[in-house]
Design a protein around this ligand. Sequence first.
Ligand code: MF3
Ligand code: CO
Length: 250
Amino acid sequence: MAIVIKRPEEIEKMAAAGRLLAEVMEEVAAHVRPGVRTAFLDEVAREAILARGAKPAFLGYQGFPATICASVNEVVVHGIPDSRPLQEGDVLSIDLGLYYDGYAADMAKTFPVGRVSPEAERLIRVTEEAFWKGFDAARTGGRIGDISAAVQKHVEDAGFWVVREFVGHGIGRKFHEDPHVPNFGRPGTGPKLRPGMVLAIEPMVTHFPANVVILNDGWTASAGKGNLAAHYEHTVAITEEGPRILTGEV
Ligand code: MF3
Ligand code: CO
């Protein structure tokens, strides 16, 4: 499948979708604390999305049963919300997507639940920083591999592990489009970055090297007990002037 280039009017529609998504993320984030069940966060997200005239993107996608992915501790991505209360010290990644006015927006963020260990805090911070390194590399004239290499370098310089089993992606009328945006790779490789491309850049990072496996529910992607994972994602447009966050400030 070819990479879809968006016209300026389409980018503005995606920015409108992204703004709504950022609002929803903020609303859900306000409820993250020890004792809260991820199934409740899922309800908050679904209602916040519907209240804005938007539609959950993940619910029903290849049979996914919820609005958010709620990935706790060693779960990297695609955790299914459930009735287990969050505990002080947990690390919770929330991944959220919606459709609005024909376009998708996708974002993820990792939250400490109450007080977490200094290593957990550092993992969350480094993952977010790695996103921004990738973002800064997302420039017209560069290549996808520039983003990948920037993310990987930041993660590995910090002594952490970049997940290989899942990658970022193009996004537009559908929330998964070409190209793949790996979080590892070499500068100067891969498709050229051009104005009008929209990418979900999403570093997934673990404390220790991991083989990520899918649990029996068919979704939960685990780095293995004793490991810890973080995820940070925004929908980003490539422009002549540089990268632009679409899932940004509300
Ligand atoms: N942000 C994730 C992704 O890009 C969300 C997919 S969750 C799913 O793959 F349930 F919809 F698959
Ligand atoms: Co994504």
